[in-house]
Structure formats: C-alpha cells, structure tokens
Write a protein that binds this ligand. Structure first.
Ligand code: MN
Length: 304
C-alpha cells in the first residue's frame, strides 16, 4: 500500500461568530481552493469551550442562528458536547444531543434555524461541535430537502484490532470501514446515507497506539485534530485545532497518537464540477445562484 503524503497542515484561524451563538474556527470554505477540498465545501469547528449561560443565551432566549436558507448541498452537524436545537420549513425539528449527528440535505432549498437548546442555554457547559458542508453533484442539487437525525447509539463502531485492547475506536458516521477479525473481513457500514462516496469517521486513539485507516486512491483526505497530538504516515506532527490534508494519491493512512487523540477523518471522491456559491447557496453556475436568490425572495423555500 502506498502511503498518502501530507500536503499541508493548517492551524485554525481566529474564531468568528455564526449568528450570535456559535463561535467557530472556519477551517476551510469553498471561497478558497474549492477543488482541493471537494466533495467538502466548508468546515466550521467549534473547538471545546466552557460556556457560561450568558455565552449561549441572551436573558432567557437561546443564542444561535435565526431563520436562513440553504440550497444545493448538505449540512452535517456533529455535537460532541452541548446541544443544538433546530427547526426547518419541512416541519421537522429536534435536538442534536451529545454524540448525535444531523445530516441535512438542503437540496432544492429549505429554511431553518439553529440555536443552543433551551436546557443547555440555561445551564451552560462545555460546547464542542462541528458543522461540515458536503456538496451535492449537479444532478442531485435540486433533490427534495430532508434530514437524517442520527442518534449517538445508532453510529456503528468499526471492527479494528486496536480496539480489542481499548487502544482506539472509530465511529462510522458515514462511509464504509473494512476491518479484520479472527473470523475474517468485516465491513462496517456508516449510519448516514450519502449522494457521493465518502467517509466521515469520529476517531479516538490512545497515546502510543497506531491505527491504520486506509482511504481510496484519488480521494480527498483530511484529518481535523480535535485534541491530542498525532502523526499521519510518519509525517510532521499535528495537534489540537489543526487540519491535515493528505494527498489524493496513495491509500495508506497510518495514524500514530503521541497523546490521547480525538480527530475527525473526512475523505471523499472529488466531485469534478464547477463550484459557484453565494453564502448559503452553492450551485454550478452564476445563473443558478441568481435563480436561488430569486426563488428565496419569492418565498419558494417555505418558512419555519
Ligand atoms: Mn444553516
């Protein structure tokens, strides 16, 4: 197996506010080098932060992001600590709790809001979350909106030899993990269904352990280190709030933890189509963006 090499390691830029409730590092966005990150469009990282109630509520009102539209892609919200409440124009809504994932397909368009949950905004506490934007191929951009509410307990753990000594765990949010046991090869299927092939894995590795997590040849491969310190394929070490980009060529991804580490592995087959975006709309042409703005202004995205 040829090892994927490290292309770059980026540290988190300063935090910025999304709405008045989510203080995140934008690790990448489609405004810059979109082709390098495809099929992923954006990664907002809410690094662990101990919130006082005043950080997450304004008086009795939870802080967050009020009603806003999306079209042409998917938003994936992963809550590691804290809770996010959401409502959308299809009538759906709920709470994304600790360990849960919401995989929302904006498709042809919806309107939603995202706030800290009432309970969390009253009590405060540790907030740690990720919002990932995943592109849709042109043929699916106008698909019917919907979402997959994935509970912590519904996310399967991969069969990896390292896990038998409690050295590591890999939660398969999306994609397929191919592992080995005494009984032979075991495929673990991820909880979320996706439009294009990708792996979204929540990886924990204990200090001193090495885990092999091969990714397909040609795929974009990224590691968001959330805590700890690791090296991928014996390259330069990366620590908390750093994003490692590996080469598309090669398949081996061998990760050694120097400290207890948590990281998010994102890998996907690039979508080789033009990316033209304007804020919450990401399409293939400028004409489609103008159409999205027009449709939203005409109320065609519905309301909450
Ligand atoms: Mn949103």
């Amino acid at each position: 197996m040829t090892a994927k090499s490290i292309i770059r390691i980026d540290s988190a830029p300063p935090r910025h506010w999304v709405g008045d409730g989510f203080h995140v590092h934008s690790m990448f966005s489609y405004n810059q080098d979109a082709h390098l990150y495809s099929p992923f469009l954006m990664l907002d990282y809410g690094a662990p932060y101990l919130c006082e109630p005043r950080d997450v509520a304004s008086g009795a009102t939870p802080r967050g992001v009020g009603s806003h539209p999306h079209r042409g892609f998917e938003t994936v919200t992963i809550a590691y600590s804290g809770e996010v409440a959401h409502r959308d124009s299809s009538g759906g809504g709920g709470i994304i709790g600790v360990g849960d994932v919401q995989w929302m397909t904006a498709g042809s368009g919806l309107v939603h809001d995202e706030f800290h949950s009432p309970a969390f905004s009253q009590a405060g506490g540790m907030m740690h979350m990720v919002q990932l934007w995943v592109n849709l191929p042109a043929k699916d951009k106008m698909t019917k909106p919907g979402y997959q509410a994935i509970k912590n307990n519904d996310i399967p753990k991969a069969a990896i030899p390292e896990a038998t000594v409690d050295g590591a765990s890999v939660r398969i949010i999306a994609g397929n993990h191919s592992g080995q046991s005494l009984a032979g090869s075991i495929i673990t299927k991820g909880a979320a269904s996706t439009f294009t092939p990708m792996n979204v894995w929540d990886v924990r590795i204990h200090a001193g352990q090495t885990v092999s997590l091969p990714q397909p040849e040609g795929w974009t491969t990224l590691l968001l280190v959330q805590s700890g310190k690791v090296t991928a394929n014996n390259g330069k070490a990366a620590g908390a709030a750093q994003l490692v980009m590996l080469s598309r060529s090669g398949t081996e991804v061998s990760i050694t933890a120097f400290e207890d580490t948590q990281l998010l592995l994102l890998a996907g087959e690039p979508i080789n189509e033009p990316v033209v975006g304007y804020g919450p709309f990401v399409m293939n042409t400028r004409q489609e963006i103008l159409q999205a703005v027009e449709d939203f202004n005409a109320g065609k995205f519905g309301q909450i």
